[in-house]
Design a protein around this ligand. Sequence first.
Ligand SMILES: Cc1cc2nc3c(=O)[nH]c(=O)nc-3n(C[C@H](O)[C@H](O)[C@H](O)COP(=O)(O)O)c2cc1C
Length: 206
Amino acid sequence: MFYRPGLDDHGLPRNPFNALITPRPIGWVASVDENGVSNLAPFSFFNGAAYEPPAVSVAFTGAKLGELAGERKDTLANIKASGEFTVNLVSTALMDAMNATAAHLPIGESEFKAAGVTEVAGQVVKAPIVAESPAAFECKLIEAVVLPNDGTGTNTTVFGQVVGVHISDDILKEGFVDPTIYQPLARMGYLDYTTVKDVFTLKRPE
Ligand SMILES: Cc1cc2nc3c(=O)[nH]c(=O)nc-3n(C[C@H](O)[C@H](O)[C@H](O)COP(=O)(O)O)c2cc1C
């Protein structure tokens, strides 16, 4: 099959786009608003963007839903205002806590508390990190790029310079990060997830 997004009806029960970009790591992004209230939410349009010096990207895809429809997501607003955020990695053990932070809470209510995870101050940035996460990146905003959208500016990808890296000693085996220890949770299409349990090595050609 072939379809042109925006021009053709794909005819499938649900938009297949996300299901074609899998598995996606989940960036659990913490940020702080202008009153110092911290926010935590998951984003699977997250990835590394540069290796040296390290950078990450997080894509905000659309606006809030429900009664707040049309508004930018709090995380995006906080990052644009403060210029800082952290990205915390999600182990399979943190699945339910991560999912709980995708809900909209009333302003001033801590998503850390609602999810039952521990908020720890960042070392370089004001945004906190999740103590239970196997690893976390402290980031400073490089640029927020607005992508084509419905005119509300809600499709925006932020690029962050990684200025601090936290790694739990528990996930290191002889100095190497071993994902089989914490089993990173990853997004598939629709409401599906997967988790990394097996790793194999493939040497690059000379
Ligand atoms: C696993 C998972 C992955 C998500 N990935 C994204 C994403 O990549 N981009 C996005 O805009 N929203 C994503 N969402 C939805 C946001 O987490 C949700 O809109 C959240 O309420 C935003 O919170 P905020 O308004 O506090 O920033 C995802 C939700 C879940 C559960």
